[in-house]
Each structure stands twice: as structure tokens, then as C-alpha cells.
Design a protein around this ligand. Sequence first.
Ligand code: APR
Length: 184
Amino acid sequence: MSGTPGTDLLARIELRQGDITEMDVDAIVNAANTQLVLGAGVAGAIRRKGGPSIQRECDAHGPVPLGQAAITGAGELPARYCIHAASMSLGARTTAESLQDSVRNSLLRAKEKGLRCIAFPAIGTGVAGFPMDECARIMFEVVAEHLAEGTPLEKVYFVLYGEEAYRTFQREFDSLSKQRQEPG
Ligand code: APR
């Protein structure tokens, strides 16, 4: 018996705790800046483990507008692609709007390539200072909307770094699932 509309979509979302660079998926999403300069945090891990080819591709691509997303190879990482979600400009902070846009555009880059599985970090919640719970709500909303539109994406992972982040995302996901099960 299929669940109420919307719960099936949520079945395609999965939370993990760990290091996103270890995910063997079609694409991992980098928490990027508009200059596509790989700094610390997620970007630092991608740079260290993925090797220099990723920054070279970012340099060749050039800066993107705030809220846009660029796709490159993933160098030595298990993933095939790296999607750079520019939710902030260097030295600035992520906003709800730039987060929403960068997640939506990351999903479009994946769709354009016909990718089947993708992994997101908690974009904006480190150096860029965005609140973890609000990040979870916004990211789930944008992903659920994209899945409802129809996409080759079959699986969307959220890979949280540490217990606190994981618990926050799990709590927000549980309340979203409950909302979608209540009739009316
Ligand atoms: N795997 C998964 N999540 C990670 C990892 C990792 N290896 N490393 C860090 N994180 C988490 C952080 O704990 C945080 O919750 O990812 C979230 C995003 O943090 P940042 O990577 O700092 O990204 P952001 O806050 O979006 O700031 C982006 O920081 O490193 C620079 O070049 C980057 O300018 C960009 C800015």
C-alpha cells in the first residue's frame, strides 16, 4: 500500500552521520562560496582528499552568482562529480534565500546530468554561520519540491558532521514526515 502523497518522496531522503567525502554517490555537494575557492570545512576536506584537479576545474569555471551551483569532476574522491553550491560570498554569511537557491540549483545540475544519487552537507552552517535547524527545514523543503517535480534522482543523502548536527536534522525530518502524514 503506497503511503500518502509526499511520504513516498521522503522515502528517497536518507540522513547519515559522517564525512561526505567518503560517500560513493554520483555527486557530493560542496558548501562553496561564489568564487569557487575551496577553503576549510567541507571544501577543505574535498580539496585535501579529492586532490588539485577539483580546484583547477573551479578556476577554469570562474566565479558564479550568489545562489548558483557549478558542477566539476570529483578528482580522487569515490563520487563521480562535485557540485559547488555557492550559498555565500567570501567573507559574507549564508541567507535563507541564498541557501534555497544554491540547493535548488545544485539539484538542477544533478538533473541535467541525469544523476541518480547525490549527497548534501548542511550547507551554510559552518563558516557561513547559518542556523542548523533552519538549514534542515529549508534544505528538506527544496529537495522535497524537486523530487515532486519529477527527476532522475532516486536518492538524496544528507551527511551530517557530528552528533549534534545529525540529531537536529533527524528532528526536523521527523516533524516534516509527521506533517505529511496528517490528513487535511
Ligand atoms: N563532511 C560533512 N560535513 C562537514 C564536513 C565533512 N567532511 N566538514 C565540515 N562539515 C560540516 C560543518 O560542520 C558544517 O555543519 O559542513 C557544514 C558546513 O560548514 P562549512 O564547510 O564551513 O561550509 P559553510 O558554512 O557553507 O561555509 C562555506 O567555508 O570552507 C569555506 O570555502 C568554503 O568559503 C566557503 C565557506
